[in-house]
Design a binder for this molecule. Sequence first.
Ligand code: ATP
Ligand code: MG
Length: 277
Amino acid sequence: VTIPSTELERLGVLGHGNGGTVYKVQDKCTSKIYALKVIHDGGDETTRRKVYKEIDILRKTDSPHVVRCYETYEKPWGEVAILMEYVDAGNLATLRRKKGTLSDPELADITRQILKGLSYLHGNKIIHLDIKPSNLLVNDKMQVKIADFGESMIMDRTSDLCNTYVGTCAYMSPERFDPNANGGNFNGFLADIWSLGVTLMELYVGHFPLLPAGKKPDWPSLMCAICFDDPPTLPPAASDELRNFLECCLQKDPSKRWSAFQLLEHPFLIKYTANDD
Ligand code: ATP
Ligand code: MG
């Protein structure tokens, strides 16, 4: 079924991002609720290129852990919009602010779902490149879905990972600051794993973990922390399984970092394997 954009009633704003707004909308015909990401500024080339890439990738993906795309709209005046499944409980950044910190079993559940999404994407040669709490959506059943493919890449022979840029570098892996190190042998799949590690550590400790709590993440202190400091570690009270899991994600040398497929078998996740979906 196609849903004409004229049938969509805007109920409110779910989020703002670079060049776009995400609205909560309702299909007047069926009363179903969706999320509509609208890129208003048709003139900005970078934003347009990003949204077309996002559309291209969302059309190719089909996983319970990747946000679903139902329709795309293009207006003659340059507006582009994506109709997506509505994920009703916000993202992991808002969840963290609401809950404070997360326990091991909660974290294991979330982690397993993100890794299922990432292994699906990586298995299909898609690199996300912008994994961070605000791009991981949750619903009221605590199902986690990867969203925001504006920075993603599909790896083929022509893909050039050395020229990727993201709006925020806070979750970027050390090798992304110098992709030509290692003889240009930059593996984007493992860059996603570093970002996952920083994200999970943030959910556990309750603040962005590479800088002292409360410090504003400016570009120079972030770059220094990521490239020159030792990777962040957990406080002493953390469990050994979680500590080891995060060590596997936060290896500065990407060749020592575990893949999404390997991490799914890590003891931290095995320990809390329960009613799996
Ligand atoms: P940014 O540049 O800040 O990363 P963006 O413009 O790329 O943002 P998204 O990250 O896709 O946009 O969405 C921004 C916010 O809108 C998300 O953090 C989330 O809170 C909300 N949002 C996005 N998609 C959905 C959805 N399908 N259901 C519910 N909320 C959503
Ligand atoms: Mg985003």
